[in-house]
Design a protein around this ligand. Structure first.
Ligand code: GLN
Length: 476
């Protein structure tokens, strides 16, 4: 069966454009037609942008003129999470607070993509301010999982994941503070990468937890994720936390990979069929010549607790600027304090308010030692533990989530929702790059739902991650 243009990967579309089997306009129109037809059910996009005729024409001219030398992303329609700024467009972070906020500059990743000739098809739904694992916390309605519309697409980059999985764009950008690229990638059957902290500029991403946030790709294949990552990474004078290539010791990409597995950590929390799919993937990797190494990561048991102290602390600080005075939703009361209270109560949803309260508490003078400083110490210990483990293996693998996509409302208790992040938060705490890529399916209600395998590598060893992801993809 031949694919329609919107079903192509970046690599396939780039080839077809160069071979003149397809024009940029045809590719754009196919994606927009699919987006307009499907979005009323899926709610993946908060807004589908009108065609930028000048950009479409420029991309076509560049491909015609430069051929093979044109950037691979030239003329490729991408979806962008609603917390990444595109000059002149609304960026609301799916919050009532920023419902009418229009960006006055491009995020660095957007500037880089524009330079490469990429096109932007729309802004995608998400959990408010990127807080959540299901996209149910959006102020603008939930997004549905294209594999089963009764289920969540994951979150917080659920709109981007659903848009790619349903072929309403070719690939997308998301942000990941504790798993928000990797978990929706797993639940929607995609490859998602959380880059090394500092590999990609955060300039122009609406901050959640500044020491944890990274922008990264959600793509149909590991190859596409690599193409997008290569296009957006690099040192940026606008983000002093960005790091140059080679800051960390270079890691080779060995032919036979050593894959570390923390079996003790998996315990009996992982669903039976997820565990079976994971074990089957490992067995196949072993049969293909790779080695499975047992690793112990005892501190990982504390990662989720540390994350849910450090992240809200940073959230409470970052969201303090949204006070109804400078920009965002503004309500007027009888006094200045009233203005603040009203603006923030009306503007923020319940999950956002919960985290601001929690973060303010763990930073308060009576509790900062007991909570925030302890969590920071656990974070440092976690990083040392991973560094030690990487003396014996090239990557560390586990399932991305405990189970496949869950149903709407199933995790209405906040703690059960936070547990969804149990395996993903560690990479944000250590700053290491991590990726989720498909590993089989699990059946629920007669539907085959995608599962993800989660891989972590040492700092700046994204190449190793892509190599393992390619090896996993080759098993299918
Ligand atoms: N699900 C996690 C949270 O709710 C991660 C969010 C994210 O990565 N942006 O905090």
């Amino acid at each position: 069966m031949t694919k329609t243009p919107n079903e192509l990967t970046i690599a396939e579309a780039a080839r077809a454009l160069r071979a003149r089997e397809l024009t940029v306009r045809e590719l754009w129109s196919a994606c927009v037609a699919a987006a307009e037809a499907k979005n009323p059910e899926l709610n993946a996009y908060l807004e589908i942008f009108p065609a930028d005729d000048a950009a479409i024409a420029a991309a076509q001219e560049r491909i015609d003129a430069e051929g093979e030398n044109a950037p691979l992303l030239c003329g490729i329609p991408l979806a962008i999470k609603d917390n990444i700024l595109i000059d002149g467009r609304i960026a609301s972070a799916a919050s009532k607070m920023l419902e009418n906020y229009r960006a006055t500059y491009d995020a660095t990743v957007i500037a880089k993509l524009k330079e490469a000739g990429a096109l932007f098809i729309g802004r995608t739904n998400m959990d408010e301010f990127a807080m959540g694992s299901s996209t149910e916390h959006s102020a603008f309605g939930k997004t549905r999982n294209p594999h089963d519309q009764e289920r969540v697409p994951g979150g917080s980059s659920g709109g981007s994941a659903a848009a790619v999985a349903a072929h309403l764009c070719i690939a997308a950008l998301g942000t990941d503070t504790g798993g928000s690229i990797r978990q929706p990638a797993a639940l929607c059957g995609l490859t998602g990468l959380k880059p090394t902290y500092g590999a990609v500029s955060r300039s122009g991403a609406i901050a959640m937890g500044s020491s944890l946030d990274q922008i990264g790709p959600l793509a149909k294949t590991p190859e596409d994720a690599r193409i997008l990552f290569d296009a957006i990474r690099g040192v940026d004078p606008l983000d002093s936390t960005t790091i140059p290539d080679g800051l960390h010791p270079a890691r080779e990409v060995p032919k036979a990979l050593r894959i570390g597995v923390p079996r003790a950590l998996l315990g009996d929390t992982v669903s039976g069929d997820v565990r079976a799919a994971f074990d089957a993937s490992l067995a196949q990797l072993e049969a293909a010549g790779h080695t499975i190494v047992d690793v112990e990561l005892p501190t990982s048991g504390h990662a989720l607790a540390a994350y849910y102290v450090i992240m809200p602390a940073e959230v409470s600080t970052n969201l303090a600027r949204l006070d109804g005075v400078r920009y965002g939703h503004a309500a007027r009361g009888k006094s200045l304090l009233d203005d603040y209270l009203l603006s923030r109560t009306e503007g923020f949803g319940p999950e956002t308010r919960r985290r601001i309260l929690l973060g303010t508490f763990v930073l308060s003078s009576g509790y900062i030692d007991a909570y925030y400083r302890k969590a920071t110490a656990a974070r440092a210990a976690l990083r040392r533990e991973y560094e030690r483990a990487f003396e014996r293996c090239d990557v560390i693998a586990f399932p991305t989530t405990l189970s496949p996509a869950f149903k709407f409302g199933e995790k209405s208790d906040p703690i059960s929702m936070y547990l969804e992040d149990i395996f993903t938060v560690t990479a944000n705490l250590t700053g290491m790059p991590a990726l989720s890529t498909p590993m089989g399916t699990a059946e629920r209600d007669g539907k085959h739902l995608p599962l993800g395998i989660h891989l972590t590598a040492p700092h700046q060893a994204e190449r190793v991650l892509f190599a393992v992801a390619d090896a996993v993809a080759a098993l299918r």
